[in-house]
Design a protein around this ligand. Structure first.
Ligand code: FUB
Length: 341
């Protein structure tokens, strides 16, 4: 993403603000939390932010993360355990730079960690690493997933056991550079796409081995209430990055960040492949440029994990948080304001 635009209301660190929730981790910077419940515990798979001394630019170069830590908690509000380094960029054979937002899945005794990373040609692809322990350490495969590109993998296993990966992010996440699985340009933004359908997040089934795509990634199209795809100029609603999928009341809730308008939105469909109909905002802008989340059910309640920049006031040094999420009886989600007024 372009993380250079700090001049929004969302990022005004000078105003006196009260945050809805406290940071979950205070001794290192963490972001992009993908939460899952394994063996009755919550495990969190975030990015590990640090200050590499790289000046902010439109390419997101200052997000120069080089390892992952995994965290767990037995209860919401209880202590958070840091399980240490689970994967280091130096142990990934195809690595160039920048370990961005990861996610994880479990199948038949193995945990699969999916991670975006630039390859040696500076092109984002998605890798996979495995472990027998949800807290790692993880061992990376020798090559990225064949046919993968861009960033922000989010992996969802449906109630029928089929597993899907959603991925993609525009601007610094490079999704706009790809068409039909081929890199077709080196454009930095989607900004010349105003009256065309917006770029879509990608969705693809994973093979049973969890390490390969089962076919070509498809568009996870978001439609408006008239059944028309959202347009490129619709920056308040179009997909930008940071997707997530959860199933509620037999409907598929596709949730995502709008990037340069700093919203978390949701769109609902009848199939994990989409299309999804835009329904609204689920979280207003946090402090900091980026907004990225995950949603889980734990002990009968629903929670959203997210991040902001409460600890640092700097857009590339973030901290993860959690708060409750409410599904209304009519299928909508109650809007969360990350600040207390
Ligand atoms: O953390 C780096 C990038 O920033 C993530 O991949 C995006 O979702 C945004 O949060």
């Amino acid at each position: 993403a372009n993380k250079n635009d700090t001049a929004t209301a969302a990022t005004d660190t000078t105003a006196k603000v009260k945050f809805l929730s406290p940071p979950l981790v205070k001794d290192i910077y963490t972001a992009d939390p993908s939460a899952h419940v394994f063996n009755g515990k919550i495990y969190i798979y975030p990015s590990h932010d640090y200050d590499a001394g790289i000046k902010e630019n439109d390419n997101g170069d200052h997000f120069a993360m080089k390892d992952y830590h995994i965290f767990s908690m037995d209860s919401i509000g209880g202590p958070v355990t840091d399980h240490g380094v689970a994967l280091d960029v130096k142990d990934i054979p195809w690595a160039g730079r920048q370990l961005w937002a990861p996610d994880v899945a479990y199948k038949s005794g193995t945990y699969y960690l999916y991670f975006p990373l630039k390859n040696k040609q500076d092109v984002f692809q998605i890798g996979v690493a495995t472990s027998k322990n949800p807290a790692g350490p993880f061992k990376a495969e020798h090559e990225p997933i064949a046919g993968s590109y861009s960033i922000d993998p989010a992996v969802f296993t449906d109630t029928d056991g089929k597993t899907y990966m959603y991925f993609g992010g525009i601007w610094g996440g490079q999704l706009q550079q790809w068409a039909n699985g081929k890199r077709v340009n080196d454009s930095k933004t989607d900004l010349k796409n105003d009256d065309a359908p917006a770029l879509s997040c990608k969705v693809v089934r994973l093979k049973d081995n969890m390490k390969e795509f089962d076919g070509a990634p498809q568009d996870a199209v978001i439609l408006d209430s008239l059944g028309k795809p959202l347009l490129g100029k619709d920056h308040d609603r179009r997909f930008f990055e940071g997707s997530w999928m959860h199933k509620y009341d037999n409907k598929y809730y596709f949730t995502y960040s709008t990037g340069d308008t700093h919203l978390l939105c949701y769109a609902v469909g009848d199939s994990p492949m989409g299309p999804f109909t835009y329904k609204g905002v689920l979280m207003k802008p946090v402090q900091g440029w980026t907004t990225h989340h995950s949603i889980i059910e734990f002990k009968g309640k629903w929670y959203i994990f997210y991040h902001d920049t409460e600890l640092s006031g700097k857009t590339h040094l973030r901290n993860i948080k959690v708060t409750e999420l409410t599904h209304n009886a009519d299928g909508t989600i109650a809007v969360i304001d990350p600040f207390i007024k």
